[in-house]
Design a protein around this ligand. Structure first.
Ligand SMILES: *Cc1c(COP(=O)(O)O)cnc(C)c1O
Ligand code: SF4
Length: 466
């Protein structure tokens, strides 16, 4: 696509701590900030690329620039004491081993995987653990293709950083597409498969096809939707425009649509600037031409998109380009969290102020939503009921599907940042979902347990007729 070849970088070049010093933009930063980025990156490595650095970051506004905050490590991400210790160690000319030891010590304090993420949703089949799969909600299976376990660039707040820094035992992994197919055959109530990572779109088109094509077979007709979670549209839209296998990617997308399935690109967009370049617009146009839908979602992150105007502008621009706003997430309880977290009370206020600025077509967005242990819980509002100030919450997606859409109440707490900080309102001891058993879908092979449960009235009718 020569129209873009001269205007945007076409050869993917990663930028890390090892080559950042060669970038002209880097020389514009003051030395203290440069040192700080280097110190933090020993613990939380960064990876970005020439497109992000040249086209998305506004270097006149650094360090406050949101795209800089999103992609470069910040001094505030470490505890001041840890920061000083690491800085002094580096200044003293410590060995690589000493620095790595200190870095690992700090990393383990940062809760690399939130509770339950690691193992609880990983299913069994024939007594074998299927690493690389997660099955938390009845209709949706998450798949982590082994070849998609990294990203075009890392986001500074991302809970997946643990797998990027090479702490081996913390990795999710799988390369077994046969196992995925077998699992889906045995669970006919699964309608959605979600490819996630890392970023599956870092894979070559041919590798991606090896994973996706088998899902299009008639035996897997119940898999209606194939979703691909990706940041490629924002960080490397060249993936769909100028990469040498860009056309092949698009042909694969077309094949999914031709096979009668819904292909949903779950595009991670954190800031409207990511939608502003000509090349991302061309990428969106090309992807939509295949018949795929693009939904946009992102976490609410301090310093990056913690203002209603940012979200409203992003949803409006997204809708104009044909994207469907989907989720606003609450940043989860992991990693260098204090730096990025936004209290729930503030999150719901930001959401409302953004929501009121957009038309109905952008109000498909739902949030702020916490992907917590019992499910996706949305903070709907703050209200006063019988003189008690409460959060009104509901389940967008429950571990038990009977919880979907259920409303519940928690005591208002201006500092709470996650579901586990909340206490039930109205003097209750427990939330309703804490009193019910959790489902584990892989224990129910072949049959949908809910389909088997016959309501009493209906059962009586069946008996009467018989
Ligand atoms: C969000 C999520 C899904 C998909 O849920 P939808 O509400 O259908 O988008 C599936 N599995 C897990 C673990 C999730 O967090
Ligand atoms: S693109 Fe997604 S998976 Fe990759 S670093 Fe960013 S948030 Fe994490």
């Amino acid at each position: 696509m020569s129209a873009f070849a001269g205007r945007y970088p076409t050869r993917y070049q990663a930028i890390t701590i090892h080559n950042i010093r060669k970038q002209p933009e880097w020389q514009r930063l003051d030395p203290e900030l440069r040192e700080a980025v280097e110190v933090v990156s020993r613990v939380l490595p960064f990876r970005t690329n020439v497109y992000v650095v040249r086209e998305l970051i506004d270097w006149d506004k650094v360090p406050d620039d949101p795209m800089f905050q999103l992609t470069f490590p910040q001094p505030g991400m470490l505890d001041p004491e840890d920061f000083r210790a690491m800085r002094d160690l580096i200044r003293s000319g410590a060995t690589r081993e000493e620095i790595t030891a200190k870095a690992n010590e700090i990393r383990f304090k940062l809760n690399p995987h939130p509770a339950g993420q690691m193992t609880h949703n990983v299913p069994y089949m024939d007594g074998k653990r299927l690493w690389g799969l997660q099955h938390k909600y009845r209709e949706t299976v998450l798949f982590f293709p082994a070849q998609g376990q990294t990203c075009h660039a890392y986001c500074t707040y991302c809970f997946r950083w643990a797998q990027f820094v090479g702490i081996e035992e913390l990795k999710f992994e799988s390369n077994e597409v046969d196992m995925l197919v077998e699992y889906l055959k045995r669970h006919p109530y699964v309608t959605d498969i979600l490819f996630t990572g890392g970023d599956p779109m870092i894979m070559r088109a041919r590798a991606l096809r090896r994973y996706i094509e088998p899902l299009l077979s008639p035996e897997l007709e119940h898999v209606q939707t194939i979703r691909i979670g990706t940041k490629a549209l924002s960080y490397w839209p060249q993936r769909f425009v100028t990469d040498d296998d860009a056309d092949e990617v698009l042909r694969l997308y077309e094949d999914v649509v031709k096979a009668g399935r819904h292909l949903a690109i779950m595009a991670h967009f954190s800031h409207p600037r990511e939608l502003s370049t000509d090349i991302v617009r061309e990428a969106i146009r090309r992807v939509r031409n295949t018949g795929a839908e693009i939904r946009m979602q992102a976490p609410l992150v301090r310093h990056v998109n913690d203002k209603p105007e940012v979200w409203a502008a992003m949803w409006k621009e997204g809708v104009r380009l044909g994207l469907i706003p989907y989720y606003m997430f609450v940043e989860r309880d992991t990693g260098p969290k204090n730096y990025f977290e936004v209290p729930l009370a503030e999150a719901v206020d930001i959401f409302h102020k953004a929501f009121m600025q957009v038309s109905g077509l952008a109000r498909t967005v739902r949030g702020p939503s916490m992907s917590a242990w019992p499910g996706k819980v949305r903070v709907l509002d703050v209200a006063e009921i019988n003189g008690e100030k409460v959060f009104v919450l509901d389940f967008l997606q429950g571990r038990n599907p009977e919880w979907n859409g259920r409303i519940f109440f928690a005591q208002y707490d201006p500092e709470a940042t996650w579901l586990n900080h909340l206490k039930p309102a109205f003097g209750k001891e427990k939330f309703f979902f804490e009193e019910e058993p959790y489902y584990q879908w892989w224990e129910h092979e072949y049959q949908d347990p809910l389909a088997q449960r016959v309501p009493v009235a209906e059962a009586e009718l069946v008996m009467a007729v018989a």
